[in-house]
Ligand binder design. Structure first.
Ligand code: HQG
Length: 181
């Protein structure tokens, strides 16, 4: 797979594993959102554009994802975060005292008013480091980095879940816990 094909296949895989599996006849485990690698491959093959995709191509996409969007365990694959299709069960955890969220200028007034909301996804996405937050926030306009006081948030009843590779998911975060970084 060349780079362009790899990016395109990765986008199709996120669609299948995060957003609309049923639309493609793919059944994901309701707990962790995983499916058999061979089932994913079969569904990908049904798209004429991807009829020649091999398991190694899929593994290449997983390996080369800088953000580690996917995880393969034995014969199963899943998206690690970002789901809209179902609320998966992540283990609640105790996060570092500060987590970061990258957003864009236009969202700020509403975020300071209503807090951080999951919007189109099942959870709010946060990270331990600034790099991941910057990647997320730069997608929509002028990057704004926010710091979340997780001690205060936990005190106010917010639950945090660890999705691996420095990514944390949470329920809505109240404005009182959010500051500009
Ligand atoms: C914003 C991508 C107005 C929030 C990314 C964000 C990440 C509010 C947008 C991962 C708001 C939602 C997740 C409020 C939050 N009012 N706007 N009250 N609360 N927002 O894409 O966190 O490349 O659903 O700041 O890089 O940006 O796909 O969430 O701008 O890692 O692997 O509403 O998805 O990763 O946008 O992104 P999203 P996100 P991938």
């Amino acid at each position: 797979l060349n780079h362009t094909a790899e990016v395109s296949l990765s986008k199709f895989m996120t669609k299948l594993l995060r957003h609309t599996p049923a639309e493609y006849g793919l059944l994901l485990d309701p707990e962790d959102g995983s499916c058999l690698l061979e089932d994913l491959q079969r569904v990908i093959h049904a798209a004429p554009k991807w009829a020649g995709i091999t398991e190694e191509d899929i593994r290449q996409v997983v390996r080369n994802s800088e953000k580690q969007r996917f995880a393969i365990e034995e014969d199963r694959i899943k998206a690690r975060y970002g789901h809209s299709h179902a609320k998966l069960a992540y283990e609640p955890g105790v996060p570092p005292e500060v987590l970061y969220h990258g957003t864009h200028q236009a969202a700020l007034p509403s975020i300071f008013k209503e807090g951080l909301l999951p919007m189109g996804r099942q959870y709010v996405h946060l990270s331990e480091g600034l790099h991941f937050a910057s990647l997320a926030g730069s997608r929509r306009g002028k990057l704004i980095l926010l710091a979340v006081d997780t001690v205060k948030a936990v005190h106010l009843g917010v639950t945090f879940y660890y999705a691996g590779n420095e990514v944390w998911l949470s329920e809505p975060v109240p404005p009182a816990c959010i500051a500009l970084r």
